[in-house]
Design a protein around this ligand. Structure first.
Ligand code: SF4
Length: 193
């Protein structure tokens, strides 16, 4: 079966999913989007209000910040495959609960299995914590120290945790360090050749 067909089948399943309570409060499931042949997969936390209304990734204020950070780093969205750890909106932007992560993360695992990215860029605490715990044998204890560092899985895949773009909306002082860290996406890509 082709990669595209596998993703389409997975997306049909996700769109109809009622595995957790978030199915009762969502307007739309937000599916992964972008280039399924990209070497880079970006994993964010969950859709916000705008994303939930439109069923698209990063179209609200965080999306605007993300586009600026990408532009500064010389990255274009269409080069990437982007998805979320949690596919349905979290009410009032609350944190995901453990059982919601357990219910939804198998979809992300399957996306990774299908897309086979060389680099996984995680945005924010929950996506980073999930991916590092799942893919590294020695998981760092302090997740605040991981942003902008690269980690290698046993199979040679690179994980690059970055702060979530929403962090900049609440704390503009992070701008310089976030721009510097986002530039690492391009540096890691160049390293792959
Ligand atoms: S958050 Fe994930 S597991 Fe929960 S209903 Fe939505 S798609 Fe299903």
């Amino acid at each position: 079966m082709s990669k595209r067909k596998k993703i389409e089948n997975l997306n049909i399943e996700i769109r109809n999913c009622r595995r957790c309570r978030l199915s009762q409060t969502r307007t739309n499931v937000v599916l992964g989007e972008g280039d399924i042949n990209s070497r880079i997969m970006v994993v964010a936390q969950a859709p916000g209000d705008n994303e939930d209304k439109e069923g698209r990734m990063f179209i609200g204020p965080s999306g605007k910040v993300l586009d600026e950070l990408f532009e500064h780093a010389g990255i274009r969205r269409e080069y990437l495959y982007m998805t979320n750890l949690i596919k349905c909106k979290l009410p009032k932007y609350r944190k995901p609960k453990r059982d919601e992560i357990e219910s939804c993360s198998p979809y992300l695992d399957r996306e990774i299995e299908i897309i086979q990215p060389d680099i996984i860029v995680t945005l924010g605490h929950f996506a980073t914590s999930y991916i590092l715990s799942k893919h590294l044998i020695d998981t760092p204890q302090d997740f605040k120290q991981v942003y902008g560092r690269t980690f290698f899985t046993e199979s040679g895949r690179i994980i690059l945790p970055l702060r979530h773009p929403a962090a900049l909306l609440y704390n503009p002082e992070l701008k310089e360090s976030m721009m510097e860290n986002y530039r690492k996406i391009g540096i890691v890509m160049e390293g792959l050749g």
